[in-house]
Structure formats: C-alpha cells, structure tokens
Design a protein around this ligand. Structure first.
Ligand SMILES: Nc1ncnc2c1ncn2[C@@H]1O[C@H](COP(=O)(O)OP(=O)(O)OP(=O)(O)O)[C@@H](O)[C@H]1O
Ligand SMILES: [Mg+2]
Length: 318
C-alpha cells in the first residue's frame, strides 16, 4: 500500500489553564487520511474537534505527536518553512460572520490570501483571479467590490471557502462549515464542498456535530470523546455496526424518517454531562456515562484496537 497522504501519530494538545491545571483537549489521537478522502470527525461540544483540526495544520502548536502531510512532518517545520507550507493546509471556519474582516472588500479578503503566498502578480491579475475564484463558488465578479455585511450567511460561507481555495491547498479542515447556516442553505454549501473536492482533489477533515451530515460527506468517520478517538471506521460500517457505546448513543439520537421504525427504535440516552478534560475519569473516559460500564472500565484504559477489519474502537467489550 502507498504511504497515507496524512498521518497523525499520538497528537496531543494540552492547555495550561492556571493553578497547575492542565486541560487535555486532544489526548494522543492517531489516524491517517488518504489523498482525496474525507474523514469525518464527530463528537459533542467540547470534545476537542476544533483543537484537533487546528493542531493538525499548526494553527496551534502541538504538545506532542506528529502530523505528516505528503511525507513532511508539519510539526517539525521551522516558522519560516511553515509559512510557505500553510498554503497546502487551509481551514474553513464555522462562523462565516466572525471569520471575515468586516473592513475589507471581498477583493481584498481573498487578495490578501493570494498576496501572502505571492500568487497575485499585477493588480489586474489579482482582480481577475479573485473574480475567477468567486465564480467557482457560485458568486460573481461584481461581488468582489462588496463588504461582508452585504452578503447572506450562505454567501459569506462561500467567501470563506473562496479564501481557502485561493491558495490552491491540498488539505482543508472544514470546521462545522454549515452549522451556523439556515437548514435550506446547508445542502448547497455541502454540495459545493463535494463538487470542489471532485474538481480539485482536496483532502478534507470534516468536523461536525451532526452524524447524518457526516455520513453523507465522509468516506470514513472518527468519533471523538473527551480528547480521544473512541471509534473509527468507514461511514457505512460505523452506521451499520457501531462498536462503541458512545457511537451507539449518538446514532440512536438521529431520527429515522420512517415513523414506524422511529417508534420502535431504542434510544440510548446519555446520562450526565461531559466530564472535565482537566480531570478525566480513570480507565475508560466514557465509563461515567456508559450504560454498560463495569469495574474493569474504571481500572483499565481500553486499547484502541481493530475490532473488525478496518474498524477500530476503544472499548473492552466491543
Ligand atoms: N485556547 C484554549 N485555551 C484553553 N482551553 C481551550 C482552548 N481552546 C479550547 N479549549 C478547551 O479544549 C476543549 C476542546 O475544545 P474544542 O473547541 O476543541 O471542542 P469542540 O469539539 O470543537 O467543541 P464545539 O463542538 O463546541 O466546537 C474544551 O474543553 C475547551 O474549553
Ligand atoms: Mg469546535
């Protein structure tokens, strides 16, 4: 088999939150992503999805571990080399309102990205390139002279996508790119991302809460809980044969369109809140909310192991 395009090994991001307390936002995660693949990353609010995405492209400095992109260990690049390498790794943010500078026109928001990497050339060329990019995402040339507040949420997200595209990246972290948008707009943005991936061969890490959207988008899905990946499988297998009780609970919360099936379905309710990542439970991090937890789960941390072919889970009883 060829080398994976992206390889994450033992990646850790801890935050020092004062009084000698360490918040373990990302705690030794490992996975690979193939070229052109979409890996979905799901889990409850605060489980570490955004931190994982940001650390992978070194918007945060990792506490430990490595991230190899196309054979280069991104975590070892010097600051100056990293700047050039950033072009390959971009991010689309959750909030299209907050992530665009309100004082700049669209031309300058996207032009700035081109400038940073010396991709702009003359002013006329820069403008032409921005207009071309806007058309690729379903906006048009006239939009270049406008400011972010003149656009709808969906259009703003298209601008955010354009800014990421502009530098011709290879890997894009899509951090809940549709969760701030109207439901009616969400599918359009998803389809745009899928289209662009087909045309440009992008590799995506697609972060989301909503498991149903992730299934539609992703080749494989990783489920995260309290800074760790607890299950990883192809979308199909994850949905058909969830192995970890946490994944089972998340899946049971998705409504089924058929009312008879929906009525029969067993819903697993998660009791209690997400424990603090400053003070995680001993043994299995999920055991305090798991309906099947035993004494062993408090004593022994389950290994992340291949429980079925290409299907990984960290549960003693998977
Ligand atoms: N800069 C930071 N300093 C300290 N703690 C942080 C920082 N960024 C994130 N955290 C903490 O790390 C944990 C993971 O946060 P993160 O934003 O990665 O979660 P998430 O899964 O993306 O959540 P959401 O679904 O709400 O976006 C949380 O406990 C959060 O409070
Ligand atoms: Mg987040």
């Amino acid at each position: 088999m060829s080398e994976p395009f992206i390889e994450v090994r033992g990646l850790r991001k801890f935050f020092n939150v004062g009084n000698n307390r360490i918040l373990k936002a990302v705690h030794d995660i490992s996975f690979t992503i193939a070229k052109g693949e979409t890996l979905g990353l799901v889990g409850e609010s605060g489980c570490g999805k955004s931190t994982a995405g940001r650390t992978m492209i070194r918007l945060y400095e990792p506490t430990a571990g490595s991230v190899t992109l196309d054979g280069v260990d991104v975590t070892k690049l010097s600051k100056s080399k990293l700047k050039a390498y950033r072009r390959k790794m971009q991010m689309i943010f959750q909030d299209p309102y907050a992530s665009l500078n309100p004082r700049l026109t669209v031309l300058d928001i996207i032009g700035e990205a081109l400038d940073i990497h010396g991709l702009a050339g003359s002013r006329a060329e820069r403008k032409r390139r921005v207009e071309q990019l806007l058309e690729m995402v379903g906006l048009n040339a006239e939009h270049a002279s406008r400011f972010p507040h003149e656009f709808s949420g969906g259009q703003r997200q298209r601008i955010g996508i354009t800014r990421a595209l502009a530098v011709e990246p290879e890997f894009i972290v899509c951090d809940e790119p549709i969760s701030a948008l109207d439901v009616s707009i969400q599918a359009q943005i998803i389809n745009l991302l899928i289209d662009l991936q087909k045309k440009m061969g992008f590799t995506y890490l697609f972060v989301a809460h909503d498991l149903s959207m992730v299934k539609y988008m992703s080749d494989r899905v990783a489920v995260m809980y309290l800074g760790k990946i607890v299950e990883l499988a192809s979308s199909e297998n994850l949905y058909a044969h969830p192995q970890h009780p946490y994944t089972q609970a998340l899946l049971s919360a998705i409504p089924v369109p058929d009312p008879d099936l929906e009525a029969q379905k067993e819903r697993i309710v998660l009791s209690g809140d997400l424990p603090s990542p400053v003070n995680p439970p001993s043994g299995c991090p999920f055991r305090t909310r798991c309906h099947a937890a035993t004494e062993r789960c408090a004593q022994e941390t389950p290994e992340f192991r291949e429980v079925r072919p290409n299907h990984w889970a960290s549960c003693h009883y998977a």
